[in-house]
Design a protein around this ligand. Structure first.
Ligand code: NAP
Length: 248
């Protein structure tokens, strides 16, 4: 069966490393992006040049109609989805809860939680054997923040990842008999652009000495774990959490 993966937020960071890994391991990949068309198209060109099947698809995954259109495009261009990587996420500037507005909190929750639910919904509708599908696998990208809470920095972001953990647990049981596996990775401090959005581009460097392994992680190290959870090697693994945080 053709392996077709959708990676939300696949143009940069952990998503791009995952798209590259999956494409190099025989998947046709849909690289979703929100605004950075250049990064997504550059990655797709790189993959196509190697003979991989890849397309870039613009969609804001926090908006229901755009998610529906995203999955329709994937159906049309690559075929039925077999693997979903829910990866797109945002981080807002560091602040205490006392300074957070409802607008900010809702923005974080819509982008980091509603989006994951909507993409899971569309994937499950296509993968479920009871609906005529052939099964599949989903990996949700959560964060070590869901365990730690990110006090004084972004408790809203940490709480959004707590919701992702609970989504993983609930959905994994809900669809287990439909041949769909749902797992989760929880990266710690990974070298990507995300920390600049949080107001501290060098955050990983600053905190590296506090990590037991005394270094930040690379996007490729997260991608390898995601790929394993999606693969047939993990055929009896569902509802599980893989922490990629250097021992933290
Ligand atoms: P990143 O480099 O900032 O990339 C984020 C990606 O998400 C971008 O491709 C962006 O699209 C996309 N995106 C954001 N909102 C979107 C939306 N509404 N619709 C579609 N795409 C959207 O971040 P990253 O560090 O790779 O993070 C990836 C995931 O890992 C996130 O869920 C994050 O919470 C999680 N994580 C990261 C770390 C870390 O230390 N970096 C640690 C734990 C967990 P554009 O390219 O179009 O802007």
């Amino acid at each position: 069966m053709k392996k077709v993966a959708l990676i939300t937020g696949g143009g940069r960071g952990i998503g791009a490393a995952t798209a590259r890994y999956l494409a190099n391991h025989g998947y046709a990949v849909g690289v979703n992006y929100k605004q950075n068309k250049q990064a997504a198209e550059l990655l797709v060109s790189e993959l196509q040049a190697k003979g991989c099947e890849a397309i870039a698809i613009q969609a804001d995954v926090s908006i229901e109609s755009e998610v529906v259109e995203l999955f329709s495009t994937l159906d049309r261009e690559l075929g039925r989805i077999t693997a979903l990587v829910n990866n797109a996420g945002i981080l807002m500037p560091q602040m205490k809860i006392t300074d957070m507005t409802a607008e900010r909190i809702n923005k974080v929750l819509t982008n980091n939680v509603t989006s994951y639910f909507l993409c899971c919904r569309e994937a499950v509708r296509r993968m479920s054997i009871s609906a005529g599908g052939y099964g599949g696998a989903i990996v949700n990208v959560s964060s070590a923040a869901s365990r730690i809470g990110a006090p004084g920095e972004y408790v809203d972001y940490a709480a959004s990842k707590g919701a992702v953990d609970t989504l993983t647990t609930g959905l994994s049981v809900e669809v287990a008999s439909d041949s769909i596996r749902v797992n989760c990775v929880r990266p710690g401090f990974i070298y990507t652009d995300m920390h600049a959005d949080g107001g501290e581009p060098d955050r990983v460097k600053r905190l590296a000495s506090k990590i037991p392994m005394e270094r930040g992680g690379e996007p490729e190290e997260v991608a390898a774990a995601i790929a394993w959870l999606l693969s047939d090697e993990a055929s009896y693994v569902t509802g599980t959490f893989m922490d990629l945080a250097g021992g933290r």
